[in-house]
Design a protein around this ligand. Structure first.
Ligand code: FAD
Length: 338
């Protein structure tokens, strides 16, 4: 999915075009929320109980229902169905943005907590607001909203994730982990190693590429800015980052029940990039059932691999397959842009 602002057709993200005064009036004249438990259309109050930095821009937010109400069955269902999100509100501006809950430990799946990996976008209204909140603050949430339902007959997934696109990838890994016989190959690209400290690929990554692929250039605007040059770390002694630790745990859980989860880490500043060959060599066909290539990340990342998504009649649709994948022989693998 595009990880930046997206106005939803049937479910507008902008709540009210309220002035600041209007926003204040809203806050003081109405209860903070109309629903005690999470609901797709009404906001419910959650408390920010923990915020842990993953990197200089990303943090994991842990939220608990303010009324101590457990999550509704719709959340339990969403975990099984595939990729889903929840909207968080910025109350002064009366706008909301979608965020993707991170899987909890399997035994705590029904959970009394929701966790999100949130990147603070430079100049971003809602992400900056959320990052500035202290622990103990109230955040209004609504959802769940299922973004992509994994078909029942899916057997194998190649997931191309860019940046915070790792969150939906983790949801897919969690859902597939409950379906015996399924297999997932996760290829995760980041600009900086700080997002995936200590992450070691299951297969060695080829020599650093001489040039960045165009999707990074399009993200950096002019394409002139060189990434910060840092040596490849001695990963054996680096303390693993929080998301890497969670990926390791997901891998263990998946190996117990399924054909497993393999993970490749690519880091722009180390000049390692996902290449078409990395996808091609995973396009096996020996497994029965449906095979999917899922892509989630910044718009430029999705465009580069599979072409743009389109808006038709107020709804976002897949659009034709473009980008690198359109030039490859995908056999009978189906592509989904998240
Ligand atoms: C289904 C879904 C799930 C998502 N899950 C996650 C997740 O798990 N984690 C996560 O971090 N994000 C996620 N996102 C992205 C998230 O919803 C927000 O889009 C993101 O946090 C930015 O919102 P914002 O309000 O902070 O930024 P905005 O205020 O919307 O701004 C976004 C960017 O655009 C720039 N900008 C704004 N206005 C202009 C302008 N006029 N001209 C030029 N530039 C401008 C800003 O500087 C900023 O960099 C998800 C998105 C979707 C659709």
């Amino acid at each position: 999915m595009s990880r930046l602002t997206r106005l939803r057709g049937p479910r507008p993200v902008y709540i009210l075009a309220a002035s600041l005064a209007g926003g204040a009036a809203y806050r003081f004249s109405r209860p903070a929320s109309t629903n005690a438990s999470l609901h797709p259309h009404e906001f419910a109050s959650y408390i920010l109980v923990d915020k842990q930095a993953v990197s200089s821009t990303n943090a994991i937010f842990t939220l608990q229902n303010a009324h101590g109400v457990p999550e509704p069955d719709s959340v339990k269902e969403a975990w099984k169905r595939g990729v889903w999100s929840i909207e968080a509100k910025q109350p002064q501006l009366q706008i909301a943005r979608a965020y993707t809950p991170l899987p909890n430990e399997a035994e705590d799946e029904e959970g009394h907590e929701l966790r999100f990996l949130i990147r603070q976008e430079t100049g971003g209204e809602v992400s900056t607001y959320l990052h500035r909140l202290p622990e103990g603050a109230t955040i209004e949430l609504r959802g769940p909203h299922v973004e992509h339902e994994l078909p029942q007959d899916v057997r194998e997934v190649i997931f191309l994730a860019g940046g915070t696109g790792i969150a939906p990838a983790m949801q897919v890994a969690q859902a597939l982990g409950q379906r015996p016989g399924c297999k997932m190959h996760l290829l995760w690209a980041n600009r900086r190693r700080e997002e995936c400290k200590g992450g070691i690929s299951d297969e060695p990554i080829a020599e650093p590429a001489a040039e960045r692929p165009s999707w990074w250039r399009s993200l950096s605007g002019s394409g002139q800015g060189d990434p910060q040059e840092v040596p490849v770390q001695d990963r054996a002694v680096v303390r693993k980052g929080l998301i890497v630790q969670e990926l390791d745990a997901l891998k263990k859980r998946n190996q117990a029940a399924t054909q497993g989860l393999s993970i490749q880490y690519y880091v722009d500043e180390e000049k390692t990039f996902i290449k078409p060959g990395d996808v091609a060599k995973r396009l096996h066909t020996e497994n029965e059932g449906l095979r999917l290539i899922l892509i989630s990340g910044p718009d430029g990342f999705i465009d580069y691999w599979a072409g743009k998504k389109l808006w038709v009649d107020g709804r976002e649709v897949q659009g034709p397959l473009g980008g690198m994948l359109s030039k490859m022989d995908l056999k009978n693998w189906k592509v989904v842009k998240l």
